[in-house]
Design a protein around this ligand. Structure first.
Ligand code: SF4
Length: 94
């Protein structure tokens, strides 16, 4: 499963305490940093319901989704949207 992490995703969910860059400061409020990566990077075909539920309570959901879209994050749940949902959003917003 590690190979599915992008470096940024790993940074977000695994090393949230060490982020010092001002443009990434918003990630310090990430709820996923408290839950671990498994919910957000499930095995293919697994449910993302729990990740989306956590995202729904996260104070930085909009910033997270914007970041994922801006940086073309391909894997995992970001900002409450799955990989497939972000792809669809990109397609429809062109
Ligand atoms: S919206 Fe979801 S993936 Fe993004 S920081 Fe919050 S909990 Fe993590």
């Amino acid at each position: 499963m590690i190979e599915r992490f992008s470096p940024t995703a790993t940074l977000l969910v695994m090393h949230i305490d060490t982020i010092t860059s001002p443009e990434l400061a918003w990630q310090q409020e990430a709820l996923c940093a408290q839950t671990g990566a498994d919910f957000f990077f499930p095995e293919p075909g697994s449910s993302v319901r729990e990740a989306k539920r956590i995202c729904g309570m996260c104070p930085i959901q909009a910033a997270c989704l914007d970041y994922a879209l801006s940086n073309d994050e391909r894997f995992g749940v970001w900002g409450g949207l799955s990989e497939k949902e972000r792809l669809e959003l990109r397609r429809t917003s062109r």
